[in-house]
Write a protein that binds this ligand. Structure first.
Ligand SMILES: Cc1ncc(COP(=O)(O)O)c(C=O)c1O
Length: 468
């Protein structure tokens, strides 16, 4: 009998060597039980080797995490092998961050916070050193997340009812920003060639009309993993400049680039006019696992753009978000480099595993960036009759509409593999029959999740039943 039979998370954790770390593994796990980590592993650092531990699974259950706790609750899974949905990471954060937060917590006052110059200086130095970007410190605007920044920019440039250009499939959160601002998506479906997505430049240009005022660039692209080349970015930038479309460059995933690939910041393109027609949105949150610290920032060489967007951006800096981001930029680079290498290894592992063991799942070329994998589940959808299942669920939803077949795919894997994924249809045109899988977790957890998915599909082959 295999260690994953019964899909019992407690058994999985025991086999993964985690019992020393966790007290309980179902819903309601207490944080106190979870923080009882072995003495000597303070802040997750192995001081003598200089190597950080990404391998030991770090239990997040019981912390109200979206990726694990919410997945468990919403999918009614009972037990969970892995939360592989929302884009955050399962690792303990960089020790410098924990240390800085612990030091600040000693001071027991949490009144309003001034934005210290050293914070902006840290952002500027980090971007210069790591990516060669000359960020004008005067233009840096702090915000509570990339979403609030994007929303402020959309409100600035795009009247209610107008269109915002997207290359799809693209990050599902953008659609929420458009709903929030009363704007509409104009979707340019990317071409899929030899396992990789490509921008259809003719289609992209054709879709720009009088009421298209902004394009949200996602670089590297969530969910496809494209790290756009300087040529791609220049072509996009020139079209947008010519057609008077402002480029909103969301580069939150910039640090996760797999070996042999490169992140090209839009702000470093050689054409000054193209760069001046853009605003870049970034944060330490993806890179260092600080999503709920609510701290991000945007900048541009175009001071007029920045001043206009600033007027729509009502954001206060949180003390912990600022401390964490500042510490990350000041001392977290070694941790981040090791983390990026580890994710690169996870991509290799995922590619190999799926090709060898899960024939019903199609995976494209290794992603150039992000810690996300975009999976084609057309064969699975056909086998489980995802469309039929969706139709059968119609009466059960709040609005009476049937859920999407992709939601049924997610539900099927939650029930049968105890793995939570994201439904592809939420990523716009091109997302049908797909799911997004987040691989930013320990290799043991990744292995367990993929093994569990393979087993579930094996069961499907044998019984050819698909009941949810
Ligand atoms: C491309 C992209 N932009 C923005 C966000 C969210 O940013 P924030 O949490 O800073 O609002 C995400 C989160 O997954 C993302 O993938």
């Amino acid at each position: 009998m295999s260690q994953y039979d019964g899909l019992n998370r407690r058994a999985f954790l025991r086999n993964a060597g985690m019992t020393a770390l966790v007290g309980a593994v179902g819903p309601g796990t207490s944080l106190g039980a979870m923080t009882g980590v072995a003495a000597g592993a303070a802040f997750g650092a192995a001081a003598d080797t200089g190597k950080y531990d990404f391998d030991t699974p770090y239990n997040r259950l019981g912390t109200d995490s979206v990726k694990w706790d919410q997945a468990l609750r919403q999918n009614e899974m009972g037990t969970i092998v892995a939360g592989m949905g929302i884009a955050d990471m399962d690792f303990r954060c960089a020790p410098v961050i924990t240390k800085a937060l612990q030091e600040r917590i000693q001071h027991e006052n949490w009144g309003y916070l001034d934005t210290p110059k050293s914070f902006t200086d840290g952002i500027v130095a980090w971007n210069k050193r790591r990516y060669g970007i000359d960020v004008n410190p005067e233009s840096v605007v702090i915000t509570t997340g990339v979403h609030p920044g994007l929303i402020a920019a959309i409100k600035t440039f795009c009247p209610v009812g107008s269109k915002v250009l997207l290359t799809t499939p693209t990050y599902n959160g953008f659609y929420g920003d458009l709903r929030f601002t009363g704007t509409k998506p104009e979707e340019s479906l990317m071409k899929y060639v030899d396992g990789r997505f490509q921008i259809d430049f003719d289609d992209f240009e054709r879709r720009i009309s009088m009421d298209t005022n902004a394009f949200i660039l996602c670089n590297p692209q969530n969910p496809t993993g494209n790290a756009w080349s300087p040529d791609d970015l220049m072509r996009l930038g020139e079209i947008c400049l010519r057609k008077r479309v402002v480029v909103l460059a969301d580069e939150i995933h910039c640090d996760f680039v797999s070996k042999g690939n490169k992140y090209t910041p839009f702000a470093t393109l050689p054409n000054k006019a193209v760069v001046n027609n853009s605003i870049t949105f970034k944060a330490a949150s993806k890179s260092f696992g600080l999503a709920a610290m609510k701290c991000a920032w945007f900048f541009s060489d175009n001071v007029e753009y920045i001043n206009r967007v600033k007027a729509q951006n009502r954001a206060d800096l949180s003390t912990l978000g600022m401390i964490a981001s500042k510490a990350a930029y000041a001392g977290g680079e070694d941790w981040l480099n090791q983390c990026v290498d580890y994710i690169d290894g996870n991509h290799d592992f995922t590619q190999k595993f799926i090709r060898a063991n899960i024939p019903l799942v199609k995976i494209g070329a290794k992603p150039q960036g992000t810690y996300l994998t975009w999976l084609d589940l057309s064969d699975v959808a056909a086998r489980i009759d995802a469309k039929g299942m969706a139709a059968a669920e119609a009466g059960k939803t709040r609005n009476g509409n049937p859920p999407s077949p992709e939601a049924m795919l997610v539900k099927w894997f939650a029930k049968n593999a105890k793995v939570a994924l994201n439904a592809g249809d939420t990523y716009g045109k091109g997302g049908d029959n797909h799911v997004r899988m987040n691989i930013a977790t320990s290799r043991k957890t990744l292995d367990a999740a993929l093994t569990s998915m393979a087993r579930a599909l094996d069961g499907l082959k044998k019984t050819s039943t698909s009941a949810l």
